[in-house]
Design a protein around this ligand. Sequence first.
Ligand code: NAP
Length: 252
Amino acid sequence: MVENQGKNILNNKVVIVTGGSRGIGREIVKYLAKKGYIVILNYNKSGECARNVENYIKKEGFSVDIYKADVSSREDAENLIQYTLDKYKKIDVLVNNAGIAQSKLFTEITDEDWNNMINNNLTSAFYCTRKASKSMITQKSGLIINISSIWGITGSSMEVHYSTAKAGLIGFTKALAKELGPSNIRVNAIAPGIIDTDMNKEYSKEDIEKIKEEIPLEKIGQAQNIARCVNWLIEDDYTTGEVISINGGWYM
Ligand code: NAP
């Protein structure tokens, strides 16, 4: 078992974060590992980034467990969950964060684009959650957090497939919260606005300035804003079926 070496060990909650190698997921991993949780960082393509996160966390006196899995594949997703159960005997929190984005005219979206988008953003959450929830039901506790998007609420032009997948995550969250509530399992979604990560690297400086003008708080969000919300949801015990918007007031 990974030993957290040190400071401020909060408790031994076991947390899986999918897509923890970069961006929002990386910040969630760092935040929770430094709180003393046992964190499993899932990555797919960015092994070096995952190892950099691991080194950073070690230097801070804590630890993290890294596991490669393409969560859009049922086999890989289930292996991630089984690995965690074999090693730690339980899963307290599953953060379905892994996702991809693409900007394309609706009429140009190919079957492959559509399937990639749905598989990476929505089906991945289904695979991980179906397997993890079985053990959560047995232990009669658990928390599932799905990282949706503002576009899953409002829809975004040129991102119909992305908006569809993220809206799907919201329906998934609410329905599952109803079904799993009696087993003391909470299910919530976070819907970020625009957050400063690689996902938005296509935007020019001018694009970002224009977007800021539309946001009442006049700035784009940081991954840490999302990490703090995840931490709050872990500490809370009465919020379920919610979609928490973190978007600087861009959409209310
Ligand atoms: P990012 O910087 O592009 O990072 C995406 C992460 O997802 C990477 O760690 C990547 O891992 C992982 N990933 C993608 N497909 C995967 C798969 N099949 N299996 C395992 N890992 C996979 O994006 P981000 O901005 O942090 O986005 C994180 C989540 O927030 C996404 O669900 C995104 O839709 C959502 N979101 C982001 C924003 C924003 O403005 N940034 C706004 C709203 C919602 P590898 O590189 O290792 O493959």
